[in-house]
Write a protein that binds this ligand. Structure first.
Ligand code: DGL
Length: 273
């Protein structure tokens, strides 16, 4: 089998990035790992996020991947640079692509970012945005309820809408904000609700599309694109409950996932596998 692209996240959020990769690079094989057992990463310390992310990275390296995508903003914020410096394969995070897409979209340089507490605390988005354009005005907000809500499968209906409305209340006071970055890969799963709650003139940015575009350019640059004739094969792993993972995948992508496996990570919590 051709070498795969490794995609990691704390749970099902990174599937939004994997989905875009499959759409834009249909010949590529993807190995996905969601650390559902220990999700959410957002409220955890930097030390813990680093440790868990490195465990996932080692799991992926054993699969001889050709490129790694940190499809988790929290992991990107805390570990991208050190992983890029350590690994010999290309490593891509989701924050730079999201920031670039927002800069492209905004007409008045007033940009909002919603993300986990960890990502907001790290200041990674304002830094990435201001590195490109220092005049940009950034409004940041942590939304700690969104990831647990999505992992529980509450992705539509009145309960989900009420939670989103409440969490985004303070952000709506920034009347000049014309662009909003979904700075967590779980959030595109509830994008429709977020869109319905925000003012209609606000453009919503999710980094999956842009990340897949960059992955494609990097693979081409390194002569790593898969040009073979064989149909692509994907593997999905979770550290948590296999059936719950499959169910969420089916619910989110309206499709059936056949090959989900339990991830055995050397130092990971194996207790409930
Ligand atoms: N999908 C992860 C992110 O993009 C969620 C983090 C979490 O587990 O809280 O940040």
């Amino acid at each position: 089998m051709e070498r795969s692209i490794g995609v990691i996240d704390s749970g099902v959020g990174g599937l939004t990035v994997a989905y875009e990769l499959m759409r834009q690079l249909p010949k590529e094989n993807i190995i996905y790992l969601g650390d559902t057992l220990r999700c959410p990463y957002g409220p955890r310390s930097q030390k813990e996020v680093r440790q868990f992310t490195w465990e996932m990275v080692h799991f992926m390296l054993e699969k001889n991947i050709k490129m790694l995508i940190l499809a988790c903003n929290t992991a990107t914020a805390f570990t991208l640079t050190e992983i890029q410096h350590t690994l010999k394969i290309p490593v891509l995070g989701v924050i730079q692509p999201g920031a670039r897409a927002a800069i492209n979209k905004t007409k008045n340089s007033h940009v909002g970012v919603i993300a986990t507490e960890g990502t907001i605390r790290s200041n990674a988005y304002p830094q990435a945005l201001k590195n490109i354009n220092e005049k940009i005005e950034v409004y940041s907000l942590a939304c700690p309820l969104f990831v647990p809500m999505v992992e529980q499968g509450i992705v539509e209906g009145a309960e989900a809408t009420d939670i989103v409305k409440e969490e985004l209340r303070s952000l709506k006071e920034h009347h000049r904000m014309d662009t909003l970055i979904l700075g967590c890969t779980h959030y595109p799963i509830i994008e429709n609700i977020i869109r319905s709650v925000m003012k209609p003139h606000v453009s919503i940015i999710s980094s999956g599309e842009e990340t897949a575009r960059e992955a494609s350019a990097i693979l081409e640059f390194h002569h790593l694109l898969n040009n073979g004739e064989k149909p692509s094969e994907h593997q999905f792993y979770t550290t948590g409950d296999l059936n719950q993972f499959k169910k969420l995948y089916g619910r989110i992508f309206k499709g059936k996932m056949e090959h989900v496996q339990a991830a055995i990570m050397k130092q990971a919590c194996l207790g409930s596998l």
